[in-house]
Design a protein around this ligand. Sequence first.
Ligand code: NAI
Ligand code: MG
Length: 488
Amino acid sequence: MTETNISTKGSDWGYAPAPESADHFKLNEQYGLFIGGKFVPAGSGKRFATINPANEKALAQIADAGEKDVDKAVKAARTAYEKVWRKMSGRERGKYLYRIARIIQERARELAVVESMDGGKPIRESRDVDIPLAAAHFFYHAGWADKLGYAFPGKSASPIGVAGQIIPWNFPLLMVAWKVAPALACGNTVVLKPAETTPLTALLFAEICQEAGLPDGVFNCITGAGSTGAALVKHPGLDKVAFTGSTDVGKAIQKSLAGRSTKLTLELGGKAANIIFEDAAIDQAVEGIINGIFFNQGHVCCAGSRLLVQESVEQVVVEKLKARMEHLIVGDPLDKNTDIGAINSKAQCERIRDYLKVGQDEGAELFQTKCPVPEKGYWIRPSFFTKVAQSHRIVQEEIFGPVLAIQSFRTLDEALEKANNTPYGLSGGVWTDKGAKIFKVTRGIKAGVIWANTFNKFDPSSPFGGYKESGYGREGGRHGLRPYVELS
Ligand code: NAI
Ligand code: MG
């Protein structure tokens, strides 16, 4: 670690490196597919490497599943559904979910380190956010397993069948939990496809299912790239597909399922407005802007990627934001001081760099902090654009990186108009001292989640999901159970 990536305005004090160790567990050299309770190689024998984006070194070789493997996994899930899981009482199912939740807690340190190594996120986030929330999600849904009658009063809830679930790389284990916990709690079985750049914690989760004694075939995990995901969606043996990822792939999945009775939920991109009024507590709002766009390198579908700031405080907010950003530490994801880790993949890093260029070509003004970044690996310095117009691509499109677009407004109506001028509708934020304004804004923005005087807060009991091109269906809370049950 270099000591130079620490901004020490006004003092000579910096942070000494505080790396989390990675010697308390050992990754396998290679991982198979998890089908019917066992790890098996891909039929083709093909493998691909998952790398650490902070140093570009391979961490493990991963099996690359083809159509035949997908078929085996769906059949294993079907058998487990018919023979075991759908017949089991909710109370018994709940016991397995509680066990999984507890093992996630027991293996939390290992899971956090692997998550940071495989995907590049700071250890502080994987340790304090991703892994605890994944465990919480299982605890929460374990509680529902024998109480579905209370979730849907007056109705009888039965499972749907086999769910094919495809997840992205920004919150790998947490997305496993969001997808798998409600499906299993409601009596469905699962074939999961993790993202190709971050398969490791999903594979460790498969080990956890073995450790918990989960009946064979209830959870299956097939690894591979987009073609594996497409093969899963195409398989006629699925009763339900759940997808989180890009809007383009979401649309392709919707097309591929057209004309079939397979149920679908989509959690897609976002371009949230984070609105700062002149009466807000400015220093807190600045922290909220930082959290909103730089959390997880900005690889967050609900990121506050558009800042709308009231004109009277624009200058002070931008100055304070610059000063605060200069203190952000970019670097080794395993260092406990790191604020911003590595960009998840080379491809994503290039996509973000393209947007940095597009923004400047469109005439916006780019600000980037001066912090040094390591030579190896994929890095983007914390960035924002000013002088942006509503029509700019950097305002309209999801960048999915540490890049903020700043616009100003004069009146509340103008703020709402700008906030809603987007194809997306996943989240939003409002910062003000006035309760009445909070209500006007939260009612006025068409988005699934809106935070007031905070940002990026998650809880398993709170439903999450979008409007418009951000997708449909909810995850979390009672609403999140609904896509996994048939009601009669
Ligand atoms: P992606 O949508 O291609 O990847 C998400 C998952 O879908 C991965 O598991 C991938 O293997 C799978 N997938 C890809 N093509 C598929 C297909 N045809 N059928 C079924 N599954 C398929 O996202 P990508 O390319 O990694 O990222 C591109 C952009 O997407 C990002 O810059 C970001 O804007 C957005 N994105 C949004 C996410 C969100 O949480 N809303 C998550 C990941 C990406
Ligand atoms: Mg990786």
